[in-house]
Design a binder for this molecule. Structure first.
Ligand code: ZN
Ligand code: ZN
Length: 337
């Protein structure tokens, strides 16, 4: 099969490799679409905990061509893949937090992923799709499910003032999801004009440009006061710092973006105490796949608005370059297309 491989950090090459041989309990999936995520860029750059040589790609959908007897899926089923596999016996797993597993494996990170024509995955990671959800849109199941977990951590409520820092794929999914929670008003901070426009189209009440105004002041002005919930969806030092400064009394901050390892920000313990500020993180997507599928299939989340580009697998290097450009959103690889 054809696969895009990162032999070591800094290099990606597309070449023929042996077809994966599914192990016991694994299904073989023909990949239809695989999203390029910021995490993939970190893996290619060597700044994420991947195993090399790596086949990136953890946001994949496709068709099962081989499945073990008794699995939830069978040959011919259309599926999206939850990339995260837990050991089920470490302390976090036993305490109901499989996403924080000490021995976690992940398709496209520690195991070969979806930047390939075929992908072997434990059958339990296959999420069957309804007829109404096209495979192209289903490639967004994984990012949507991660957003749903993030929102379960900070629980936005109807009428909460909400600030979202960054309107990339995650920021724009979050805009749509917090609308469903009833958050209002919603203000997005994003330097790219096209993404600001899309944020407004998808339900934000205001979109400010942090490159031309003081972002904190502009957000507070747009919301009519300090936000009750702040979602950091950029993974940058400046936005991570702003996120912990912004919330008003009782406010909650979600650090969702992936910052570089060495990023540190200042916090103000007295204010955190006095105003009961919660600063939380969220990591991956425990038990949220099915809700993500429902939202995508029902059109509550507009996947098509988020997909900006499609590339054949042969053009994986171009897809990666495109994903690094500020104005791109979700870039899809389409093996076999
Ligand atoms: Zn991702
Ligand atoms: Zn575990």
């Amino acid at each position: 099969m054809l696969a895009a491989i990162v032999p070591e950090p800094g290099r990606i090459e597309v070449r023929q490799v042996d077809d994966p041989a599914p192990a016991d309990g694994e299904a073989l999936v023909e990949v239809t679409a695989c999203g390029v995520c910021g995490t993939d860029l970190h893996i290619i750059d060597g700044t994420y905990h991947a195993s090399y040589p790596a086949v990136p790609g953890h946001e994949l959908s496709g068709t099962v061509i081989e499945a073990p007897a008794g699995a939830v899926v069978a040959a011919g089923d259309r599926v999206a893949i939850n990339p995260n596999l837990a050991c089920r016996s470490c302390r976090p797993c036993r305490r109901g937090m499989p996403h924080l597993c000490e021995h976690a494996q992940a398709v496209g990170v520690t195991r070969p992923g979806g930047f390939a024509e075929l992908c072997a995955v434990p059958a339990e990671l296959c999420v069957p799709l309804p007829e109404t959800l096209p495979l192209r849109a289903a490639a967004l199941m994984e990012p949507v499910s991660c957003c749903l977990h993030g929102l379960s951590v900070i629980t936005p409520r109807p009428g909460d003032r909400l600030a979202i820092l960054g309107a990339g794929t995650i920021g724009l999914l979050m805009v749509q999801l917090v609308r469903l929670h009833g958050a209002a008003p919603i203000c997005v901070s994003e330097p790219d004009a096209g993404k600001r426009g899309l944020a407004l189209e998808l339900g934000a009440d205001a979109a400010i440009d942090p490159a031309s105004v003081d972002a904190g002041e502009a957000i507070i002005e747009a919301l009519g006061g300090r936000p009750d919930v702040v979602i950091e969806a950029a993974g940058l030092p400046a936005t991570a710092q702003l996120a912990v400064q912004l919330p008003g009394p009782g406010g909650r901050v979600l650090q969702f973006g992936v910052c570089e390892e060495d990023v540190e920000v200042a916090i103000h313990p007295r204010r955190i105490f006095r105003e009961e500020i919660t600063v939380a993180g969220s990591y991956t997507n425990p038990f949220t796949d099915d809700r993500a599928v429902e939202l995508l299939a029902g059109g509550r989340i507009r996947a098509e608005a988020i997909i900006s580009d499609e590339f054949a697998l042969e053009d994986a290097a171009a897809a990666i370059s495109r994903a690094r450009e500020a104005e791109s959103l979700k870039v899809l690889l389409r093996p076999g297309a």
